[in-house]
Design a protein around this ligand. Structure first.
Ligand code: CP
Length: 308
């Protein structure tokens, strides 16, 4: 049993196995009702706790549905309604939950909370997003790219906008899956140097280009995300919008990418801020495939965690 805490701390071989397993499970369900159980039910008899200290639509529903399809059961817990939100330590919460459930998924603020949960739990823990990373999302994104265009290794990915937690996990994936990543955004919102250095240490081209048009030139995949993340203060909104406006992904910018380039956004989106509706609903966009693939990728992650 192993926790899935981040892409850069999981081996490339295991990440590849998870993508292949996700594809196989998706193919096996082809044409079946969404509520149907999988033929193979590796989570039968298993209970999964899904803890949310931040809002969620995709993560919450896709984990819940994924567990049920694989024959397991879930309990969705709001951090605020648990003793966790009223002073009980993470360590004690981890030890108590481990007596009841077989797997814990947590969406939280601080990376330290996730790490402490994993340290003290005697069952695997999955990172459902922290302020620093969002690995489940990027596993779904790699799966989505490969479903449409084949191997992502050697491709040019461009991240336009805020160098946030989703961007961080994309940089980790660049290193582990072997693709190049160019970040374009204002200097105040650069991704952490540690993440860029991680990708570079794996031999891929990870770079910063301030001019979004130069950055997107020849891209195979263009990605963006909301300009104000869940952990950013509301007071930062106007400043961020002003700084990020030049990095909006619109049809002019997409025209600089390769003709068969894909566009991704992990959602939720603020339409016509970080990306125009013309791009989000246009021929390059695979945003709803990404959302669907959260389900399949996370099923593979859960199986890996439980050695199933
Ligand atoms: N992309 C993503 O994690 O969506 P939710 O915040 O709705 O879970």
């Amino acid at each position: 049993m192993t926790s899935f805490l981040d892409i850069h701390t999981t081996s490339p071989e295991d990440l590849r196995k998870m993508i292949d397993s996700a594809r196989a499970m998706k193919d096996a369900r082809n044409g079946r009702p969404k509520g149907a159980l999988d033929d193979d039910r590796p989570l039968a008899g298993h209970m999964v706790a899904l803890i949310f200290e931040k809002p969620s639509t995709r993560t919450r529903v896709s984990f819940d549905v994924g567990v049920r399809q694989m024959g397991g059961q879930t309990m969705v817990l709001s951090g605020k309604e648990m003793q966790l939100g009223h002073g009980e330590t993470i360590a004690d919460t981890a030890r108590v939950l481990s007596r009841y459930v077989d797997l814990i998924m947590i969406r939280t603020f601080e990376e330290a909370t996730l790490q402490e949960m994993a340290e003290y739990a005697s069952v695997p823990v999955i990172n459902g997003l922290t302020n620093r990373t969002h690995p489940c999302q990027i596993m779904a994104d790699v799966m989505t790219y490969e479903e449409h265009r084949g191997p992502i290794a050697g491709k040019k990915v461009v991240w336009s906008g805020d160098g946030n937690n989703v961007c961080a996990s994309f940089l980790h994936a660049a290193g582990q899956f072997g693709f190049d990543l160019t970040f374009t955004g204002p200097p105040t919102l650069d991704p952490e140097a540690e993440w860029i250095n991680f990708a570079r240490s794996k031999g891929v081209d990870a770079r910063i280009e301030r001019d979004p048009y130069k950055a997107v030139d020849g891209a195979d995949l263009v990605v963006t995300d909301t300009w104000v993340s869940m952990h950013d203060p509301e007071s930062a909104k106007e400043r961020r919008h002003n700084q990020l406006r030049p990095y909006q992904v619109n049809e002019d910018l997409m025209a600089r990418a390769k003709p068969d380039a894909l566009f991704m956004h992990c959602l939720p989106a603020h339409r016509n801020d970080e990306a125009t509706s013309a791009v989000m609903d246009g021929p390059h966009s695979v945003i709803f495939d990404e959302a669907e693939n959260r389900l399949h990728a996370q099923k593979a992650i859960m199986r890996w965690c439980l050695g199933k």
